[in-house]
Design a protein around this ligand. Structure first.
Ligand SMILES: Cc1cc2nc3c(=O)[nH]c(=O)nc-3n(C[C@H](O)[C@H](O)[C@H](O)COP(=O)(O)OP(=O)(O)OC[C@H]3O[C@@H](n4cnc5c(N)ncnc54)[C@H](O)[C@@H]3O)c2cc1C
Length: 430
């Protein structure tokens, strides 16, 4: 049988690797492994990409999750994209800071001190960045607690916006050490990268690479069991149409959430501790408001941070091909801290009205989406991630419940995937 989107009746009963889920974690893992091993990707939904895709609404590409931006142009994910021919635009500036009374574009994090009015804020900012590079962070403190010690509102608001936009968590939920690693990586791994055709373009290219290399992908196939015997992977059970099928394999790479992966395992003795942890790990939650604008309000493909807003941490503006000709798509992000969703969205819209002087005349709200429960921003808050390895031979996890330390979002996922790929190659060679 040839690689591709097979007819479900053609499915082989035995593979080297089965990837559960075609989110960006599963697709990257499959793309890197299918050249060497017989690989099958099983996705329960009707589309590929999970929270890294978009749907077209009135000509605008509204995200299923990711705001069409790759965190670092020199990171491992950006390099993986380049290797398969995905091009993008690296942001000219690192970010624009939009305060209530001023705007500043800064070329990199190190020069962001210029955005502050007060001398104290500038001095404190430099101390924080210096501490990220030269400090030793052993004690457990939250990043918020650490910043609070400077007693400077401008400084606190700046990091609240940055962490809110980058990790979708309040400052108090990130450890100081994770905040410090992230700051180092902002400097070392480059500015944001915007793939040419947004998330969907990236996913389409991954699909093409997997199929051309002989891998197979099936959609609408939920996996409901991971078959483990005597501490070793035997295969998975999946619903294919009305049929319940067992498919054998030597390795399983699960892109389902850590708790779902653990729950699906047929032998749980070795993972009881992890199951307990999975019950208590918090997800990062957020809200995105999608706005159409008839006027260009910002430079396209640049991150705009909004430190003085009450709810919104930042936004990005896009034009063609993610918006119709002559129109602009603004995507905002705010942390969801719980409480009344409607109220939180209303507060986000109020922020927009305050930040954008001609909002009422030029803008139309296309939709507001909350990301939580079984569709969160990240399955684990940055720094609270699970290890990609499980105590079962041949079973690994990928995705945003197992991001690498200090590497956010898809950059953290990709670093985890690379670790898994190395181990799977070793397992299957032996
Ligand atoms: C509002 C928002 C903004 C974001 N912005 C950015 C951004 O700009 N840049 C960035 O890098 N990241 C961003 N992120 C984060 C990024 O979107 C996610 O971290 C990433 O897409 C998660 O990918 P994943 O592969 O881990 O999981 P998912 O995308 O959830 O993929 C998992 C896949 O597995 C499938 N699956 C699950 N269980 C099963 C099963 N039992 N059987 C078969 N299939 C199964 C699911 O249907 C899904 O398709 C954002 C997220 C949100 C929500």
């Amino acid at each position: 049988m040839h690689g591709g989107m097979p007819n479900t009746l053609d499915i082989r009963r035995e593979y080297d690797i089965i990837v559960i889920g075609a989110g960006i974690g599963g697709l990257l893992a499959a793309a890197l492994l299918c050249k060497h091993f017989k690989t099958l990707v099983l996705e329960k939904l009707s589309f590929l990409g999970g929270r890294f895709s978009s749907f077209n609404y009135k000509g605008y590409e509204l995200p299923t999750g990711a705001l069409h931006v790759i965190p670092h142009s020199k990171g491992v994910f950006a390099r993986a994209l380049k290797a398969i021919g995905i091009h993008g635009k690296t942001s000219e500036a690192w970010a624009e800071f939009l305060w209530e009374d001023r705007r500043h574009r800064v070329s990199n994090l190190l020069t962001a001190f210029k955005t502050f009015k007060s001398h104290e804020a500038r001095e404190s900012f430099i101390k924080v960045v210096a501490s990220a590079f030269f400090g030793i962070h052993t004690e457990y403190t939250s990043f918020g607690e650490f910043l609070g010690k400077f007693r400077n509102e401008e400084l606190y608001k700046c990091f609240k916006a940055l962490i809110g936009f980058s990790m979708s968590v309040p400052l108090e939920k990130v450890s100081k050490s994770e905040g410090m690693r992230f700051i180092r990586n902002i400097v070392l791994l480059g500015k944001p990268l915007f793939p040419e055709s947004g998330c969907k373009g990236v996913v389409e290219r991954f699909k093409q690479v997997i199929i051309e290399s002989g891998g197979e992908i099936l959609t609408r196939v939920p996996v409901n069991g991971i078959l483990v015997q005597s501490g070793e992977i035997r295969g998975v059970s999946a619903s294919i149409g009305d049929e319940q099928m067992e498919i054998k394999c030597r390795c399983v790479v699960s892109n389902a959430s850590p708790s779902e992966t653990l729950r699906m395992m047929s032998e749980k003795d070795a993972v009881s501790e992890l199951l307990r942890r999975a019950g208590s790990v918090e997800a990062a939650e957020g809200i995105t408001i999608c706005v159409s604008s008839s006027e260009k309000l910002f430079r396209s493909c640049e991150v705009v941070l909004t430190p003085s807003a009450r709810r919104i941490s930042g936004l990005i503006q896009y034009e063609q091909p993610l918006a119709p000709k002559g129109k602009y798509l603004l995507l905002t992000h705010q942390v969801f801290r719980g409480g009344d969703v409607r109220k939180e969205i209303e507060l986000g819209v109020e922020d927009l009205k305050e930040l954008l002087p001609h909002f009422e005349d030029n803008c139309e709200i296309l939709g507001a989406h909350t990301f939580r429960d079984d569709w969160p921003v990240n399955w684990a808050i940055q720094g609270e991630d699970f290890d990609v390895r499980l105590p079962v031979r041949g079973l690994y996890m990928v995705g945003d419940g197992c991001k690498a330390r200090g590497r956010i979002m898809t950059e953290g996922i990709a670093a985890g995937v690379l670790k898994v790929v190395r181990r799977v190659k070793k397992d299957l060679a032996g």
